[in-house]
Design a protein around this ligand. Structure first.
Ligand code: SAH
Length: 359
């Protein structure tokens, strides 16, 4: 027996698609805008409470459609104010989203996949493997859930796609989520306040370059040569450093905006002065800024964080080569909410992951 079809989830639709879905069922199009506003702008997901809809319509909609929001399973607050949310999806899968206050702005770090297929050597999420892609509703839904939980409906915030998953490996749903978030009838988060972080999946990067709605771009580079990057970021064997840098040079940037290059510093692996000089050379001619991320060490991750001296020396060499450099402050490390530490126990555990979870 096949299970009955799931009702259409109104929270997973962009506004035009929501309007069309209603129209196809003989309901006036403008009702779509009203419902979109209730869900995304006001955070009301019970159709019964959408008081500007006629009572009979509410009853009908509640019967025919669903509105789903990732449910907050648990939340944990770091001594530095960072808060990690474990969210449960409709199918029971779990993901993590992180709220980082005062960076200096408020930032939500959201996931685009359950797990990740990229298997970067220093990242715990990578050890989960890919469980599944998130839908646009689930990506945007994380922001809705956090806005509600933190009472931030009237607060400006940024979004970084730096949680679990590789956004360009889930291209269509990620871009759809960004359009839903940007919608003036919803949370109206301008794409300028969104940063998409990627290992650089080349065909998707080329597609992104042609998007009308464009987030800021961050490239997880981590090494100044194919040889080393191939060890750390396996997809580099398919899309190498030179091609990624060339694509970045062609990327249509707005005036004064730049591409961020993330570089996780691993002691004795990619943190030497020669690496810094090679990186500086590689980025000459790119409108770039470099964000150094000292490794957030974890059990099961076979690398160490460099000393502060090594970090400063590396940063200084880049600065001497006229690059803009920042060193990312680790946030929420005490609650395992820092970069690369998001992992969810109990779903499709590999042996390596079990090992990683022992401490
Ligand atoms: N898949 C995307 C976004 C997720 S990770 C990407 O790779 O860009 C966000 C950033 O955290 C990436 O730059 C990633 O390389 C970095 N990161 C992963 N594991 C880390 C760790 N253990 N310590 C510090 N940064 C880490």
């Amino acid at each position: 027996m096949t299970p009955p079809p799931r009702p259409l989830d109104l929270a997973a639709l962009e506004r035009p698609a929501l309007e069309t879905a209603l129209e196809e069922r003989g309901i006036e199009r403008f009702r779509g805008r009203q419902i979109f506003q209730w869900i995304h702008k006001r955070g009301v997901t019970e159709i019964e409470k959408m008081t500007d809809l006629p009572r009979a319509l509410r009853a009908r909609l509640a019967h025919e459609f669903a509105i789903t929001t990732p449910a907050i399973e648990s939340r944990e607050r770091s001594s530095d104010g960072t808060e990690k949310f474990l969210l449960k999806l409709e199918d029971g899968r779990l993901i993590e989203s992180v709220f980082i206050p005062d960076t200096p702005s408020m930032t939500f770090c959201v996931s685009t996949q359950v797990g990740c297929a990229m298997a970067c050597a220093f990242c715990l999420t990578g050890k989960m493997g890919l469980v599944r892609n998130l839908t646009a509703g689930e990506i945007a839904g994380q922001v809705r859930a956090l806005v509600a939980a933190l009472d931030m409906r009237n607060t400006r915030f940024n979004i970084v796609l730096m949680g679990m998953g590789e956004p360009l490996h889930n291209y269509d749903e990620t871009m759809k989520a960004l359009r839903m978030l940007a919608d003036e009838h919803g949370l109206a988060v301008s794409p300028r306040r969104v940063t998409l972080s990627t290992v650089g999946i080349l065909p998707a990067l080329e597609r992104l370059a042609a998007e009308p709605v464009m987030p800021n771009l961050a490239i997880s580079l981590h090494a100044p040569s194919d040889e080393l990057r191939g060890e750390l970021v396996p997809i580099n064997k398919k899309y190498g450093v030179d091609d990624i840098i060339a694509a970045c040079k062609r990327f249509p940037l707005k005036r004064r905006s730049r591409i961020t290059f993330e570089y996780v510093l691993l002691a004795g692996v990619n943190d030497s002065p020669a690496d810094a000089r090679r990186l500086a050379k590689m980025l000459s001619g790119v409108k770039s800024k470099v964000n150094l991320i000292p490794l957030n060490a974890a059990a099961g991750i076979p690398f160490e964080r460099p000393s502060d001296e090594a970090i400063n020396r590396f940063a200084q060499i880049l600065a001497d080569h006229h690059l803009t450099v920042s060193v990312r402050k680790s946030r929420g490390r005490d609650i395992r909410a820092a970069c690369g530490q998001l992992i969810v126990e109990g779903q499709k555990k590999s042996a390596a992951q079990r090992l990683a979870l022992q401490m």
